[in-house]
Design a protein around this ligand. Structure first.
Ligand code: ADE
Ligand code: ZN
Length: 326
């Protein structure tokens, strides 16, 4: 068993983190009060008790409802600031954060309000803690592709402040193929691309993310293991997978953490990384994901070092920073 202080000091990255998924019940209530929003829960404990999910959709319903308390630039700043304090405490040196603009613009909140609040906290976090960062705009796949194009229009004046695009929300029934034209447009604009695939959806969705959306990373991707040809292709291309172990258990992709295939992914030669997804909802920030996996899977020092190196390699940090951490 590896020492917990050794694990705590390991330089970590977070490459799969939805900023809206870091909204802790306490902050949700505080923002509800500040903004005059009524929540359908008596208190923080009642809200937390509702975090008992059957699948991805049952989580997303609560996640989108909770995001309704986020209204002002200060709200997005406070949300991101609180997350960075947690990340710093966990020894995270670099973060790549997803945000879901459509969740907010549909409620009349401007793209700039969301972006400015998040970026102000990120810039401050880098000055204060040295945490480098990238920001990834995610399109919601349960909405039509035309809605994604409208969101890309909203983003156009701010493209210099957006480091890439992703695809999230309800996976089943919304294959990557649905966003072929939108992602081709993003590629033409020079935006790096990632997509959630193979979380609940089949290996075929991972193939589409690779071959149709031309992504450079797969978010989750755990179901790739069902297709040996796909595993070989991911290994050949060295396409990283941003794996979220506690999320997979909370959303019942795997019944228990002991059954999680993190080690199999490493043994197959894949660039697997450890991430937290929506830590306020899934009961653990990235440090807890590392600790829980080290324990439940009895990971060796070499395996943990490999996961840490994978996080640096898979990230979009500057080459000089990669050299520094590797
Ligand atoms: N949005 C936030 N978390 C997500 C997840 N794990 N999968 C798909 N969409 C998401
Ligand atoms: Zn996710």
């Amino acid at each position: 068993r590896v020492a917990s202080d050794w694990l705590a000091r390991l330089p970590k990255t977070e490459l799969h983190l939805h900023i809206e998924g870091t909204l802790e019940p306490e902050l949700m209530f505080a923002l509800a009060e500040r903004n005059g929003v009524a929540l359908p829960y008596a208190d923080v404990d009642a809200l937390r008790a509702a975090y008992d999910f059957n699948d991805l959709q049952s989580f997303l319903d609560l996640y989108y409802a909770g995001a309704d308390v986020l209204r002002t630039e200060a709200d997005f700043y406070d949300l991101t600031r609180a997350y960075l304090l947690r990340a710093h405490a966990d020894g995270v040196v670099h973060v790549e954060i997803f945000f879901d603009p459509q969740t907010h613009t549909v409620r009349g909140i401007s793209f700039a309000t969301v972006l400015n609040g998040i970026r102000r906290a990120l810039a401050e976090g880098e000055r204060e803690f040295g945490i480098t960062y990238r920001l990834i705009l995610c399109f919601l796949r349960h909405l039509p592709e035309s809605d994604g194009f409208a969101t890309l229009e909203d983003a156009m004046p701010y493209l210099a402040q957006i480091d890439g695009v992703g695809l999230d929300s309800s996976e089943s029934g919304h294959p990557p193929q649905k966003f072929a034209r939108l992602f081709a447009r993003c590629k033409a604009l020079g935006l790096p691309r990632v997509a959630h695939a193979g979380e609940e959806g089949p290996p075929e969705y991972v193939w589409q993310a690779l071959n149709v959306l031309d992504v450079s990373r797969i978010d989750h991707g755990v179901r790739s293991l069902e297709d040996p040809v796909l595993v070989a292709e991911l290994a050949r291309r060295r396409t990283p997978l941003t794996v979220c172990p506690l999320s997979n258990v909370r959303l019942k992709v795997y019944e228990r953490l002991e059954q999680h295939p993190l080690r199999q992914l490493l043994q197959a030669g894949l660039v697997a990384t450890v991430n937290s997804d929506d830590p306020a909802y899934f009961g653990g920030y990235v440090g807890e994901n590392w600790r829980a996996c080290a324990e439940a899977l009895d990971l060796t020092r070499d395996e943990l070092l490999q996961l840490a190196r994978n996080g640096i390699t898979a990230s979009w940090m500057d080459a000089a920073d990669k050299v520094r951490w590797l």
